[in-house]
Write a protein that binds this ligand. Structure first.
Ligand code: SF4
Ligand code: SF4
Length: 415
C-alpha cells in the first residue's frame, strides 16, 4: 500500500514510475507481470464532443459610468448570459457562455473558446438601455476566464443508429444518421478513459487535479446525468493555461458542438487499483441506442471501435482530384482540410467524415464496424479522438516525470 504523499515525493525527486494507460495495458497484454511496486502513476485521458462545457469570463467593455448594466451580450455573435453580478456602472461584464450556444450553424461556443485560447481577438457586444456597445478583446485582457464542465468524461458512452428509413439530423453525426442500420456513430475513448480505469472512484474524486483542455484544473464532483453505473465528472480550469489543440468546435448536422478534453493521473496505491487499470476495450460495454429515443436496445463493446481500426485518418494529396469545390473540406467538422495540400493535425479529430465525402480516394482510414443485433454496421463518424486522448496521456506523463504535475488526493467521494 502506497500513499499519494509518497508518490508525490518520488515525483519531486524524479523517481516516480509513470506509465500511460495504453503502455500499461500493452505490457499486460505482452504477458509482463506488473505489481504495485513497478508503477506509481498511470495517466488516462479522453477527448471528444462534450456538450456540458461552459465558460465564465470577466470582460472590460468600456469606461466606468458608460452604461448601467448589461442586459444582453454576445461574443463573436455567440449569445452569452450576463451576470450574476450586475457590475453596475463599472463598464465591465461577467458572462456565462455555453459551449453549445451558437452564432450561426457553423460557429458556436466551442469555436469561440478555442479562438480565445489561441489568442485571437473576439468581439464583445453588450446591449444596454436600448443601445449596443462593441469592442474587440483578447483572453489576455480578461481578469478571469475559466472553463467549467457540467458533464464530462462519461465512463463510457453510446453508439447511435437509425432503425428507420431516411436520415436523421443529430448532434451525433456530421452528415446525419441514415437508416435502417446503414451506419453507426460512436463516442468515448474506451480503456484509456479516466473513470474507466477507476470505476469505483477510489482515487478520482472531488479535488482531484486534472488537465482540462490542457490546463491545470480540478474535479468539482459528478456532473448532470451521472449515475453510479454510468458516471461522469464536472471540472474547472483556467482558460489561460489551456492548449487550443486540446479543445474546439465541431460542426454537426444539427449545428455546432463543443470539443473538450480531460486528462487524469491515477496513483497506483494498491492491487485493487492496479487491477482496475487492466481493463481493456473489449471488456467495456458500448450500449447501442436508436437516435429517435436514445434508449439502448442492444450492446457492443469498445474493442469494435478502437482495436484493429485506424486511430488516424491520413490524406494523400497525389490522390486528390482537385475538384472545385472540395466537398470533403466543406463538410469537415473542424475545418481541418487544406485541399490539395494536407490535413491540419492540430484541427483534425480523426472523425472519419471525409472518408465518405471525398469524391476521389484522397483519404484513408479504417473506422471499423459495430455488430448490431448480429449485423455489421459501418462506423461513419467518431466523435471522440483516441489519438488525441493518447497524446494527452503522454503529455501528462511528461509533466509528471518533469515534476510539473503533482497528484492531489481526493477530498470527497464522487458518489
Ligand atoms: S473531394 Fe477529395 S478529391 Fe475532391 S478536392 Fe476534396 S480531397 Fe480532393
Ligand atoms: S477526419 Fe477528416 S473530416 Fe474528420 S476532422 Fe479530420 S479531416 Fe476533418
Amino acid at each position: 500500500m502506497k500513499t499519494i504523499d509518497e508518490i508525490n515525493h518520488k515525483i519531486s525527486r524524479g523517481e516516480a514510475a509513470v506509465l500511460t494507460a495504453s503502455e500499461l495495458k500493452r505490457q499486460v497484454a505482452d504477458g509482463e507481470h506488473l505489481s504495485v511496486a513497478d508503477v506509481d502513476v498511470v495517466t488516462t485521458a479522453t477527448f471528444g464532443i462534450m456538450s456540458g462545457t461552459l465558460a465564465l469570463v470577466h470582460i472590460p467593455v468600456s469606461a466606468p459610468g458608460t452604461f448601467h448594466h448589461a442586459e444582453k451580450a454576445w461574443l463573436n455573435g455567440v449569445p452569452a448570459i450576463p451576470g450574476p453580478c450586475p457590475n453596475e456602472r463599472l463598464g465591465v461584464v461577467d458572462l456565462v457562455v455555453f459551449g453549445t450556444s451558437r452564432a450561426n450553424q457553423s460557429y458556436g461556443g466551442g469555436h469561440l473558446f478555442r479562438d480565445l485560447v489561441e489568442g485571437s481577438e473576439v468581439e464583445i457586444t453588450v446591449e444596454t438601455g436600448g443601445r449596443q456597445i462593441s469592442r474587440n478583446v483578447t483572453l489576455a485582457e480578461m481578469d478571469l476566464a475559466r472553463i467549467v464542465t457540467t458533464r464530462s468524461a462519461f465512463m463510457n458512452y453510446q453508439a447511435l443508429v437509425n432503425r428507420k428509413e431516411g436520415t436523421e439530423r443529430t448532434i451525433f453525426s456530421v452528415r446525419g444518421i441514415s437508416g435502417p442500420f446503414r451506419e453507426v456513430t460512436v463516442s468515448g475513448c474506451g480503456d484509456i478513459n479516466p473513470l474507466q480505469n477507476d470505476p469505483q472512484g477510489r482515487v478520482i474524486g472531488v479535488g482531484s487535479r486534472v488537465l482540462l483542455n490542457g490546463g491545470m484544473g480540478y474535479i468539482m464532483g459528478t456532473g448532470t446525468r451521472s449515475t453510479r453505473k454510468h458516471p461522469n465528472i464536472a471540472a474547472f480550469a483556467d482558460m489561460k493555461e489551456m492548449a487550443p489543440e486540446m479543445m474546439g468546435g465541431f460542426v454537426t448536422s444539427d449545428g455546432p458542438e463543443c470539443i473538450t478534453s480531460i486528462g487524469a493521473a491515477i496513483p497506483v496505491l494498491d492491487d485493487t487499483i492496479l487491477d482496475s487499470i487492466r481493463i481493456t476495450n473489449a471488456g467495456i460495454p458500448l450500449p447501442v441506442a436508436d437516435i429517435e429515443d436514445r434508449t439502448a436496445f442492444t450492446s457492443s463493446h469498445y474493442g469494435e471501435v478502437w482495436d484493429h481500426t485506424d486511430l488516424v485518418i491520413t490524406y494523400s494529396p497525389e490522390a486528390c482530384l482537385q475538384c472545385e469545390p472540395c466537398q470533403a473540406a466543406a463538410i469537415c467538422p473542424t475545418r481541418a482540410i487544406i485541399p490539395g495540400e494536407r490535413i491540419d493535425p492540430l484541427r483534425c479529430v480523426h472523425c472519419g467524415t471525409c472518408l465518405r465525402e471525398c469524391i476521389g480516394d484522397a483519404f484513408s482510414g479504417n473506422l471499423g464496424t459495430i455488430t448490431v443485433e448480429g449485423r455489421p454496421v459501418p462506423i461513419t463518424c467518431r466523435q471522440s479522438s483516441r489519438e488525441h486522448a493518447l497524446r494527452i496521456c503522454h503529455h501528462l506523463k511528461t509533466l509528471i516525470i518533469e515534476g510539473k504535475f503533482h497528484l492531489t488526493g481526493k477530498c470527497g467521494d464522487l458518489w
